[in-house]
Design a protein around this ligand. Structure first.
Ligand code: 8IG
Length: 276
């Protein structure tokens, strides 16, 4: 299902008014664990999702639900703290609503971050990984239903969902910040149960390095609208069967906390480079 253009345009107009910044050229979606990053950015203005018409309000704890407008490189950036997931039962048009509104705000560049399981050889908990491509293993797509040509094409090309140019910019930002970056393919599983070891082996054989429950619908919707996308995963756990111990939310949170400094150092170096 596609959200109507009018609803998205109303949300974009409300964002422009409530932030006092009519245009934002970059948007950043924060994954779990990074929630309060935006509050520290220069010129940050906070708007609760509940104040923006049409916005889905996350119910999960630790997923704030606040939109920030900031100007880290002197240019306005929208930062979404809190996202909604398909596994919570949200329809995909709501899952991608924030990203679509951000693109209508002028956000031609979108950075999607997430926490993910590591399935590929050589990945360890704590690794930061640039997403090179994705596998949609959830058998769902945010573009089903009637297409609105004002948003994008009926059959959009997906041959470079994650911009090679943006990955180069991110790699250089990582070098400046002293933050090592790996690269890999992200497989979207619906969740909320983690994979079985057999499913992780399947994903590996299909080419996946990372397994997760977000990002792919947002990336598809952003490409539909012609935005450039950068995806960054933090490996917070090794995927089921790769890890010798069962997955736990506590492990995920502990690894997220331990990697937070590196992730924020990367974003601090990256945002000004994207906005310029
Ligand atoms: I954090 O191992 C996190 N999110 N599907 N599998 C999937 N999603 C995840 C995982 C994982 N770890």
């Amino acid at each position: 299902m596609l959200m109507s253009y009018e609803e998205l345009a109303a949300a974009a107009a409300a964002i422009g008014e409530s932030t006092g910044r009519p245009t934002h050229t970059v948007a950043l979606v924060l994954g779990s664990g990074l929630g309060d990053y935006a509050a520290s950015l220069p010129g940050a203005v906070a708007v609760p999702y509940a104040d923006i018409p049409g916005f889905p309000v996350p119910k999960v704890e630790g997923h704030g639900g606040t939109l920030y407008s900031a100007a880290p490189g002197g240019k306005p950036v929208l930062v979404f703290s809190g996202r909604v997931h398909a596994y919570e039962g949200w329809p995909l048009d709501k899952v991608v609503f924030a990203v679509r509104a951000a693109v209508l705000c002028g956000g031609g560049t979108l950075v999607l971050t997430n926490a993910a399981g590591g399935a590929g050889d050589g990945l360890e908990a704590g690794d930061l990984v640039l997403i090179r491509d994705h596998l949609n293993l959830a058998a769902r797509n945010p573009l089903t239903g009637a297409n609105d040509d004002r948003l994008g094409a009926r059959f959009p090309d997906m041959s470079e969902v994650y911009s090679a140019d943006l990955r180069r910019i991110a790699r250089r930002a990582g070098e400046r910040a002293g933050v090592p970056l790996k690269e890999g393919v992200y497989a979207w599983f619906l969740g909320p149960s983690y994979e079985t070891p057999a499913e992780v082996q399947m994903a590996r054989r299909l080419g996946a390095d990372l397994v997760g429950m977000s990002t792919v619908p947002e990336a598809i919707a952003a490409r539909h609208m012609g935005a450039r996308v950068l995806g960054i995963s933090l490996v917070t756990n090794l995927a089921a069967g790769i890890s010798p111990v069962p997955l736990s939310h506590e492990e995920v949170q502990a690894t997220g906390l331990a990697a937070r400094g590196r992730f924020t150092a990367l974003l601090d170096a990256l945002l000004p480079a994207l906005a310029s």
